[in-house]
Design a protein around this ligand. Structure first.
Ligand code: HAX
Length: 445
C-alpha cells in the first residue's frame, strides 16, 4: 500500500529531525507557565507535539499545513461531487502529502477489505438497554474490538519499539475501516428496526454510512457525509478527544483502548455534544416563537439564555478567535442545499446576532461560531433527526485524525505522558516566595 510505503520512508527522516532538535535545542525554553495557566486548563501553552494538524487562532485548522478551503479544493472527489473522499483525507493526515485520486481510492479499497464487524460486537450492541446513549454504544463497540489488536498481539510476542508504529497503523486501518459500519449499526439498533444493512462495495467510506442507515439513494446526504467527516477529522493534538487518545496510547495501550477513551471525552457538552445541544437550542427558539423570530426577539432570547447562566452552544472556542472555517464551509453547503429552510435561516440569523451579544456580555474570549453551530442543522434538515446521534457522527470523522496522531506518536516514539502536579499549598508557597523575591529585587534596584 502506497500510504504505508510513504510512512516507511518518512518516519526515519522524522526521527532524525527529532534527534537533531533535541541535540541542538534540547535545553532552550519555548514556553513560560504562570499560576493562571494552572487554573485555566493550561490553555495557550505550547505543550504537545502533533504534526497532523494545527489550529491557528485566526485562520482555523490547517490539516498538514492546508486550510479548510484548500482541502476542499485539492483533495480528490468522486466524479461530479463537491466533497472529497475520506480516503484522500486519511492519506494526507498520515503522510502529509496531497493524494492523487489513485492514492485516495487505494485507501478506500483497503478499508473495504477490513470493514466487516464481528457478530459478537453486534450482539453486544443489541443487548444494551434501549436508553443507552449512542456515544456509550460507540465507545463500548470500539473497546469490544480490542481483542483483535495487532499491537497487543505484537507486544506480547516481542515487537520492537522501532516497529510499534506499524502495528498501530494496522490497528488504525482496521478500526477506521469498521467505524462507519459501527456507527450505522448503532443507528439501526437504536432508531430503526434493529436490522443491519451490508455495505455497498461501489460506495466510498463516507457515502456507505449513508447507505447503511437507509439513505443510500440520497446523493445530497452522501455529499454531506463526506463533508462532515472530513471537516471533523482533526483539530490540533490538544483537543480533548485527540489528546485523550494520545495520553492513553502513551502507556502503550493500543488504538482500541485509546480511541474508546477518546470517544468518552468527545461525548461531553463542551466538546462534541455541543452539536446536539446547539440544535436543541435552535429548535427551542423556533418552538417559542412559532416561526422565525425577529432579530430583536432573537437578541432578547440570547440574553435570556446567558442570564440564566447558560452557554450559547456552538459559539466560543478554546483556541479559535475568529469564525471557524469549518462553520463557513458548512454554511456554504447549507446555502446550496437548504437555503429556504426556517432552521437554516435561523442559523444565519444567530450568526448575525450572537457575536454582538457575546462581545457585550464580555466573558467569552471568542464570540464567533465553531463547527457545532451548524453541523446539527445540516443533519436535521437532511432527514437525520435523532440528535443524540450527532456526536457519533463527529466521532466517525474524528477517528481519522485520532488514529493518524497515534501512528505518529509511536513513529517518533513519544514517551509516557506524565506531567508533575503540585498541591494548592505548594502554589500558595511558590506565590509567597516569588513575591518576596520580587520585593527584594525592587528594593535592591
Ligand atoms: N456562551 C456563554 N458563555 C461562554 C461561551 C458561550 N458560547 N463561551 C465561553 N463562555 C464563557 C465561559 O463559560 C467562561 O465563563 P466562566 O469564566 O464563568 O467559566 C468564559 O466565557 C471564558 O471562557 P473562554 O476562555 O472564552 O472559553 P473556554 O476556553 O473556557 O471554553 C468552550 C471554550 C468551547 C468550551 C466555550 O466557548 C463554550 O462553552 N462554548 C459553548 C459550547 C461549545 O460550542 N462547545 C464546542 C466547541 C468546539 C468543539 O470542541 N467541538 O467539539
Amino acid at each position: 500500500m502506497k500510504m504505508q510505503k510513504a510512512l516507511k520512508e518518512k518516519i526515519p527522516v522524522c526521527r532524525d529531525r527529532v534527534k537533531q532538535m533535541l541535540r541542538e535545542g534540547g535545553s532552550l525554553k519555548i514556553s513560560d507557565i504562570s499560576v493562571r495557566h494552572l487554573f485555566s486548563g493550561i490553555r495557550g501553552l505550547d505543550l504537545l507535539i502533533g504534526n497532523v494538524s494545527y489550529v491557528d487562532p485566526y485562520e482555523g485548522i490547517h490539516f498538514r499545513g492546508h486550510s479548510v478551503s484548500d482541502i476542499l479544493q485539492i483533495l480528490p472527489k468522486p466524479k461530479g461531487c463537491k466533497s472529497p473522499y475520506a480516503g484522500g483525507m486519511y492519506y494526507l493526515l498520515m503522510t502529509g502529502d496531497i493524494p492523487t485520486l489513485q492514492d485516495a481510492l487505494e485507501v478506500e479499497d483497503e478499508w473495504k477489505t477490513r470493514a466487516e464487524i464481528p457478530t459478537y460486537v453486534v450482539n453486544m450492541l443489541q443487548a444494551m438497554p434501549k436508553n443507552t446513549h449512542p456515544m456509550t454504544m460507540l465507545s463500548q463497540a470500539i473497546l469490544a474490538l480490542q481483542a483483535d489488536s495487532k499491537f497487543d498481539e505484537g507486544y506480547n510476542n516481542g515487537l520492537q519499539k522501532l516497529d510499534y508504529w506499524q502495528a498501530t497503523l494496522e490497528d488504525s486501518l482496521n478500526l477506521t475501516a469498521k467505524t462507519p459500519a459501527l456507527a450505522a449499526a448503532i443507528y439501526n439498533i437504536k432508531y430503526r428496526d434493529r436490522k443491519l444493512v451490508s455495505a455497498d462495495p461501489n460506495l466510498d467510506w463516507s457515502a456507505n454510512f449513508g447507505h447503511m442507515i437507509g439513505k443510500g439513494w440520497d446523493q445530497h446526504y452522501q455529499e454531506l457525509c463526506r463533508l462532515f467527516f472530513g471537516l471533523h477529522a482533526d483539530q490540533g493534538t490538544g483537543n480533548v478527544s485527540v489528546h485523550t487518545a494520545c495520553l492513553v496510547n502513551s502507556t502503550l495501550s493500543d488504538v482500541y483502548y485509546s480511541c474508546s477513551a477518546a470517544m468518552n471525552g468527545l461525548a461531553g457538552p463542551l466538546h462534541g455534544r455541543a452539536n446536539q445541544d446547539c440544535l436543541i437550542w435552535l429548535l427551542g427558539i423556533l418552538k417559542k416563537f412559532g416561526s422565525l423570530p425577529t432579530k430583536e426577539q432573537l437578541k432578547d432570547y440570547v440574553w435570556e439564555t446567558l442570564n440564566r447562566g447558560k452557554i450559547i452552544p456552538g459559539y466560543g472556542h478554546a483556541v479559535l478567535r475568529n469564525t471557524d472555517p469549518r462553520f463557513t464551509a458548512q454554511l456554504k453547503f447549507g446555502k446550496a442545499y437548504m437555503a429556504d429552510s426556517k432552521l437554516f435561516k435561523l442559523v444565519e440569523m444567530v450568526y448575525e446576532v450572537v457575536p454582538h451579544v457575546l462581545t457585550k456580555h464580555g466573558k467569552a474570549k471568542s464570540p464567533w461560531p465553531n463547527v457545532d453551530a451548524i453541523s446539527g442543522t445540516l443533519q436535521y434538515q437532511s432527514g437525520l433527526k435523532e440528535f443524540d446521534f450527532y456526536t457519533v457522527l463527529f466521532g466517525v470523522g474524528r477517528m481519522l485524525g485520532i488514529t493518524a496522531n497515534l501512528v505518529w506518536s509511536r513513529a517518533i516514539m513519544l514517551p509516557l505522558e506524565r506531567p508533575q502536579s503540585i498541591t494548592l499549598d505548594m502554589v500558595e508557597q511558590k506565590i509567597a516566595e516569588l513575591k518576596v523575591k520580587k520585593a527584594f529585587v525592587v528594593s535592591e534596584a
